[in-house]
Write a protein that binds this ligand. Structure first.
Ligand SMILES: Nc1ncnc2c1ncn2[C@@H]1O[C@H](COP(=O)(O)OP(=O)(O)OP(=O)(O)O)[C@@H](O)[C@H]1O
Length: 340
């Protein structure tokens, strides 16, 4: 996405973000647990424990970080793994924190190793060792920090080294949302946008949103565009269907990238198994994008499976693409169903 379009998309998203835990729809277990962590810390007059949130993009990790700061009456400071290239960058952020601040570190699995090590110490002892000078004359000056809360977010919890993971007092994994939860999110968003949204249109959009609030809200805005330009301004079922066809989101919620991945898997690699990087190159995408954006959804939809030798298209994937599944895909499916 070009930077201007990206900024516009982000500001449209920000307008729809829930501001409190009560407004946050779904993820009931995580919400209840986090509520307890925050209320207990407030009752003790302490800063909250460090929080680690993992899960696919667009499920609400940034939103929850903002909510943690809001519920604690704290200032939110935002940075990310890729933005912190050197330990010095992190030292500058940490040494400017005030007591009780919430430091949101997005993509925390992408922190450079020296910064990661500095973060362990800061999270555990509220201290950083600032190294002054170079070589034999270098000295390390300990600098104590006021208590603060780190909220780390990652799409790939498995990449976090255990010592860093262990520093988080509360860890939670966000899962894809159920259709009725997405409908509730869409209804709330439509209210905020001043858009009349019919129940069957909300159901249609939620069914194509891949279990992801960010996608649901994005599709809702596209349906609003269609309704304003071609329809009556009301987001009814016809507007939803027409708009989603224009934006190439099919009835199961697969978008162009998903179909490209499945298409390559079936037509170029005979249904697999094929390695992630080969598959990603064949659709002109980064491996990480295929792995964190397309794959979790395709696996969850039963369209792709992962084997030790690589990614495999299920018989359902062939059928979805309008192709004849090969005999071994059908046999694999029968075996899988027998053992499921
Ligand atoms: N539980 C929810 N209830 C209502 N809206 C939600 C919820 N979760 C997410 N959203 C909406 O989805 C959008 C995306 O959420 P958010 O930016 O928090 O996702 P994320 O997990 O941080 O994604 P990324 O990893 O890509 O940064 C937000 O603008 C928000 O409006």
């Amino acid at each position: 996405m070009d930077p201007d379009a990206d900024a516009l998309e982000r500001s449209a998203e920000a307008a729809l973000r829930p501001g409190t835990l009560d407004e946050f729809v779904g993820q009931r277990v995580v919400r209840d647990q986090l509520d307890l962590v925050l209320k207990a810390a407030s009752a003790r007059g302490a800063t909250a424990d460090h929080v680690l949130l993992s899960g696919p993009p667009g499920l609400g990790k940034t939103t929850l970080a903002m909510i943690v700061a809001h519920e604690m009456g704290a200032t939110l400071r935002v940075s990310s793994g890729p933005a912190i290239q050197h330990a010095g960058d992190l030292a500058a952020i940490l040494s400017s924190l005030d007591e009780g601040d919430v430091l949101f570190l997005d993509e925390i699995h992408r922190l450079a190793r020296p910064a990661e090590e500095m973060l362990y110490l800061a999270m555990e002892d509220f201290r950083v060792d600032v190294v002054v000078g170079k070589g034999a004359g270098a000295t390390s000056i300990p600098l104590s920090l006021p208590p603060f809360t780190v909220v780390g977010a990652t799409t790939r919890a498995g990449l976090l080294p255990a010592p860093l993971r262990d520093r988080f007092g509360f860890t939670a994994h966000l899962d894809f949302y159920e259709p009725h939860e997405l409908r509730a999110i869409l209804e709330r968003s439509a209210g905020k946008l001043g858009l009349a949204l019919d129940g069957d249109a909300a159901a249609e959009i939620s069914g194509r949103s891949r279990g992801t609030p960010r996608i649901a809200n994005r599709l809702l805005r596209r349906v609003r565009d269609w309704a304003q330009v071609h329809g009556s301004g009301r987001a009814d079922l016809a507007a939803a269907r027409q708009a989603l066809t224009v934006y190439e989101v099919d009835e199961r919620g697969l978008d162009r990238l998903d179909r490209a991945v499945l298409g390559a898997l079936c037509t170029r690699f005979g249904g697999g198994p094929v390695g992630l990087s080969t598959l990603a190159v064949s659709v002109g995408e980064e491996s990480e994008t295929v792995e964190t954006v397309a794959e979790p959804f395709l696996v969850r939809e039963g369209l792709m499976s992962r084997s030790p030798r690589g990614r495999v298209a299920t018989a359902d994937a062939w059928v979805h693409l309008g192709l004849q599944p090969p005999a071994d895909a059908l046999a694999g499916e029968t075996t899988r169903r027998l053992f499921d």
